[in-house]
Write a protein that binds this ligand. Structure first.
Ligand SMILES: Nc1ncnc2c1ncn2[C@@H]1O[C@H](COP(=O)(O)OP(=O)(O)OP(=O)(O)O)[C@@H](O)[C@H]1O
Length: 221
């Protein structure tokens, strides 16, 4: 499946400030070009996942947050979480256990594509591109970690995201798979012109991402 490459100006974060009580976790202004990666690094508990929650629209109300997040000129913060179309990959692929691999992917295809055969074809095509041709009927529980990660990526890609939010998605994969998966994710993001925010502890992830690195300090009062 060819992802549409839309005319894109990228992701802009302006004065994004997140605090938890008196603790200032995030203070960030950045621009991420289409297809480029902003890598956010910092100690455990420094607020990396919290930043992604704010952008994705699922920040816990315990936090206070302010600032502007826009993609291609659209202010994401005015939109409901599902309308933001943030493609998110976590450390654990989080596939629906009661659905086949193909159904897991098809579930994420936008509703305006209503023809069942077309949905099945989109799902089969992207699985083929992820080197998972013929896996449509498989139970996710029977997949290896690397296969699950590629199903999760397939699912994100068919959802027509405006941007990708990656929360340590490579950290549970062994070395070889990790490097293959990095290449796959960053190549697809570049091909589709999607801006990416990557949260990681791993310097090799940051190097593979090739973009700007933003380091956040340990939480301080
Ligand atoms: N729902 C919540 N209510 C209160 N505090 C929270 C909540 N979620 C997270 N925190 C706290 O907010 C801080 C930032 O958490 P966050 O998960 O963003 O850190 P992180 O940098 O992603 O850490 P890690 O690298 O360990 O995943 C931590 O001190 C954490 O304990």
């Amino acid at each position: 499946m060819m992802l549409q490459r839309h005319s894109s100006t990228g992701l802009t974060l302006t004065n994004v400030a997140i605090r938890l009580g008196q603790t200032r976790l995030i203070d960030l202004t950045a621009e991420v070009d289409p297809g480029a990666v902003l890598t956010v690094m910092g100690a455990s508990g420094s607020g990396k996942s919290t930043l992604l929650s704010y952008i994705g629209g699922f920040l816990d109300p315990a936090f206070e947050a302010a600032g502007l997040v826009s993609v291609d000129g659209t202010n994401l913060l005015c939109l409901a979480p599902e309308a933001r179309r943030a493609g998110i990959l976590f450390q654990d692929p989080l596939l629906f256990p009661h659905m086949s691999v193909g159904a897991n992917v098809a579930f994420a295809i936008p509703a305006e594509i209503s023809d069942r055969r077309q949905r099945r074809k989109i799902s089969a095509d992207i699985l083929g591109e992820m080197d998972l041709g013929g896996f449509e009927e498989r139970d996710p529980a029977t997949l290896s970690g690397g296969q699950k990660a590629r199903v999760a990526l397939a699912r994100v890609l068919v959802s027509r995201p405006r941007l990708l939010l990656l929360d340590e998605p490579f950290s549970k994969l062994d070395m070889d798979l990790r490097s293959q998966m990095r290449t796959l994710v960053f190549e697809r993001a570049r091909g589709a012109g999607l801006p990416v925010i990557l949260v990681t502890h791993d310097e090799a992830d940051a190097e593979a991402a090739g973009g700007t690195v933003h380091r956040i300090g340990a939480a301080n009062g």
